[in-house]
Design a protein around this ligand. Sequence first.
Ligand code: NDP
Length: 458
Amino acid sequence: MAGFDYDLFVIGGGSGGVRAARIAAGEHGARVGLAEESRMGGTCVIRGCVPKKLMVFASAVPDALVLGRDYGWTIPAARFDWPTFRARLDSELARLEAAYRGGLESAGVTIHDARATLADPHTVRLATGETFTAKHVLIATGGRPSLPAGLGAPVLTSNEIFLLDRLPETALVVGGGFIACEFAQILAGLGVRVTQFYRGEQILRGFDDDARAIVADAIRKSGIELLTGTDVAALVQEGASTRVTRTDGQEARFDAVIYATGRIPNSGGLGLEALGIALGPRGEVLVDGWSQTAVPSIFAVGDVTDRINLTPVAIREGHAFADTVFGARPHRADHDLVASAVFTRPELGAVGLTEAEASARGPVEIYQTAFRPMKTAFAGHPDRVMMKLVVDAGSRVVLGCHIVAPEAGEMIQLAAIAVKMGATKEDFDRTCAVHPTMAEELVTMRKVTRAHGVVAKG
Ligand code: NDP
């Protein structure tokens, strides 16, 4: 591919871009350049999944201490020190960032620490003034928090939470999605008095209704004031706090207001429109199943394409792109039956269709159980877990699996293998239980809890 500076130029050093660059260079011998304007690792590593999960671990400690006491341990009063945690978090993120950088360098990728834009279908211009030509360009610029227009006062987003010097005493979290629910519970676990507003009827729209209800209940039981059907009408900064007027007219003051009202693709200012690359209504770069844009030399993967905005999906898309274009091994990222987990307490793990989605498509049987798990029931805690299988009444294939339980993220990863393989309810049934566990309930549900659209026999 002589004539070009690079075979591939990747814009964005997050999950999707880094995977594509490493595979193209390290496995397929391509000459690869990668530009990143911020820290290497992107949202997942620097301001998303990784620091979030570490905060989830920190915030779960008080529950473990209470449980310890109920199991007979004498535990002195505990206190959380945010600066100690922050310092450890910062050094862990620095370690991961260095590992990402090292991985790229050892694969032979040339890193450019600068913002890049497209000058033409084969030319990238860096903020340093340098330009590079490439046979192919991959846009992997991710997304960013989106805020409603016209907020009357400064607010925080998930980007800033990891950078706080100290934790607020009171916080309002606005939104009812992944990020809002996770951060409301993280902050509450760390001792912040949290209120959460969600504009709709029930949080976690898109997840199974029973699972949503149980998580909402758990959020309230963890001490969070969760108000549904409620939004912000006005925000006014007053000294160090913010006065918030609710849509029902009531007012309250908070030390911090955190908006988790969705994310939008980072597609602006890259020069895409001028090249004839169409953007969708949310600013997403439009691509085909091969992650190729309307300009044949330009591809895009990850959150900037707004398909399924999850790290492992971006990684798959980046890998498939690199294998296809540089490895003579064409394959597409598979977006079907992608499992996900919301890291609330308890967690929500889901794969496949919800009960409502499946029953709108055809006859289904629901197998569902809710129970008090042994670990906390022993200590007299009221916590409940829920497992649900959504089964096609004709083929018996398990169309969906929904779990609300501690470690549901770990469980759903394994259940997702069976669901992805097309397992039937009978395949689950003939799998012997692992006892005593919570997950054994997935293979021991004998009776149909509900049926939709199924004509009774006889
Ligand atoms: P989501 O799209 O999941 O949720 C956004 C929430 O904000 C919804 O409850 C939405 O309400 C509400 N909202 C949107 N606009 C407004 C508005 N103008 N005023 C008030 N409320 C509003 O986005 P998140 O920011 O939580 O997360 C973004 C994405 O990041 C997720 O979809 C997911 O793909 C990914 N992610 C995954 C995680 C994981 O895997 N554990 C963790 C964190 C993020 P409504 O429902 O009414 O639209």
